[in-house]
Design a protein around this ligand. Structure first.
Ligand code: ADP
Length: 493
């Protein structure tokens, strides 16, 4: 998608759009209201006219009944009535039951006079024919067939009254059409002013000045929430950049030690002629230092890979218990050498969907630390279990070693963090301070949690909880079971 720089975007687009929308909505509502008023006023006027016609019809009926429904007398009554009706533009017509006109007033239009009776069943009905409207009533006669009487009027006068009323409202509509965009633009300017401020501040943000933040006005509205969200994002970016900078500085610091050692060994070796044995000794020292350098480089690469969320975890079905047993077996020799006993998990299978290589690395790091920081006579235990209540697989590595002080514990998973004990031991080539950071990244990369508890002088326990994740369907069981097994990694002896 093409992205536009803010300075080349057409100015005021949002305001203009808001104004146009506002105007369109207000004018549409005004038009709808006008239409509703027109329809409503017309219906009310017609209802009123019907009432008047009905009143007139009642009078006619009364007079006619008095005359015992004698047709000639009825005609005479109607003729008299018609004179007063004519001044109001009303018409009257009298018909037989089968629709023959007995008499009609002069104003009775031909369209109505020739209009066939609409229903023979109803005693009274209001009929609208074109611009004419009439009330028709059937007068029953005891000794003769019924008569139908129509009394009606033109609805043109109603329409013209309604039109006159609507014309009165037209100036109001025009005023609305002029004022709405102005008011709409004013509102849009007011509503978008804070966005302008956000834009101005955002435009001044620089990658080198990550401490700047957008102003949160404290109104709690959407714009405030937008500013707060951007600020949170900036906090995270600043944290990330700071941690990257710290990582680079720490990495440089860690690399400097072995490099300085290599350099000084070589300088000493070159400072004068020596026996071949002395050179061999120097080269062995250099080799040891380069081993540490390559371990550090490998650890940094692994850490970068495990913390990079874009790198997919190559999940397969892995037997965590079996993996732990194999790792323990691998460390058995080293542990024995140090006089530390080591327990493997029971012979059950606990399957998890995970990256077998990363899990191997995780267990290796934890067991390596436990063995290294446990004095002779101590014990290291590796346990794997399933917590059905939480639906988790749990890996626990505990030891009866030196433990970690409460001051160190909160930072123990930080990259390059080492306790004083580890620093004092100067565990060359072994202690880069990245092991636990890698463990944390691996566990969290699998959606799990890693926690540590330690009692100085009594031992340390590290617990890794892995949530149940749907394992990918193996193409065939042979492949899946093959992934459970592993080739031993180059975990330092
Ligand atoms: P390292 O490569 O130095 O072992 P880690 O990140 O694995 O780096 O460990 C960081 C520090 O945590 C170690 O230097 C050590 O001081 C301490 N530590 C880790 N595991 C244990 C343990 N089981 N017992 C005591 N201290 C430990």
């Amino acid at each position: 998608m093409r992205s536009l720089r803010p300075d080349i975007l057409p100015k005021d687009t949002l305001r203009v759009r808001l104004t146009l929308w506002n105007t369109a909505v207000v004018l549409a509502m005004a038009a709808a209201a006008l239409l509703a008023v027109r329809i409503g006023a017309r219906a009310a006027l017609l209802r009123q006219a019907d009432t008047v016609l009905r009143g007139e019809m009642n009078e006619i009926e009364l007079a006619v009944r008095k005359l015992r429904l004698d047709t000639a007398a009825v005609v005479e009554v109607l003729q008299r009535k018609a004179e007063s009706h004519e001044s109001r533009g009303w018409f009257t017509q009298i018909l037989t039951e089968d629709g023959q006109t007995v008499w009609r007033s002069d104003l009775c239009p031909d369209t109505i006079a020739g209009y066939p009776p609409t229903s023979t069943d109803l005693d009274e009905i209001v009929v609208q024919v074109g611009d004419w409207r009439y009330l028709r009533r059937r007068l029953r006669r005891p000794d003769d067939s019924p008569l139908r009487i129509r009394i009606g009027m033109s609805t043109l006068s109603v329409d013209s009254s309604v039109d006159a009323f609507v014309r009165l409202l037209i100036p109001v509509g025009l005023a609305l059409a002029i004022l709405t965009p102005i008011a709409g633009y004013w509102l849009a300017v007011r509503a978008t002013k804070p966005i302008d401020e956000i834009l101005r501040t955002a435009a001044m943000l620089r990658p080198t000045r990550l401490s700047d933040r957008l102003v949160v006005r404290g109104t709690g509205d959407e714009l405030d929430r937008l500013a707060a969200t951007i600020n949170t994002l900036l906090d995270q970016v600043a944290d990330h950049v700071e941690s990257q900078e710290r990582f680079v500085a720490d990495a440089a610091h860690e690399l400097r030690g072995p490099l300085a050692a290599v350099r000084s060994s070589l300088e000493v070796a070159l400072s004068q002629d020596r026996q071949s044995g002395a050179y061999r000794e120097t080269l062995a020292e250099v080799l040891e230092e380069t081993n540490q350098l390559s371990k550090l480089a490998n650890d940094m690469l692994l850490l970068a890979e495990t913390t990079d969320s874009s790198v997919a975890i190559r999940s397969t079905v892995v037997d965590l218990a079996e993996l732990a047993r194999r790792t323990v077996a691998m460390f058995a020799g080293v542990a024995e050498e140090r006089g530390v006993s080591i327990d493997a998990p029971a012979a059950t299978s606990i399957f998890v969907a995970a990256d077998a290589g990363q899990l191997r690395r995780l267990i290796g790091n934890l067991v390596d630390n436990a063995v290294r920081f446990t004095p002779p006579g101590g014990r290291v235990s590796v346990g794997v279990d399933r917590d059905p209540a939480k639906g988790e697989a749990v890996l626990i590595v505990s030891d009866t070693g030196h433990g970690i002080g409460p001051d160190d514990l909160p930072r123990i998973f930080d990259r390059f963090y080492k306790t004083d004990l580890a620093r004092a031991r100067d565990d060359r080539g072994r202690s880069g301070g990245l092991g636990l950071a890698i463990c944390k990244a691996i566990v969290e990369g699998h959606g799990g949690r890693i926690t540590i508890t330690s009692d100085p002088g009594r031992g340390t326990t590290i617990t890794c909880q892995f949530p149940d994740r749907k394992p990918p369907k193996p193409a065939n069981p042979a492949v899946a079971s093959e992934s459970i097994g592993f080739s031993l990694p180059t975990i330092p002896a």
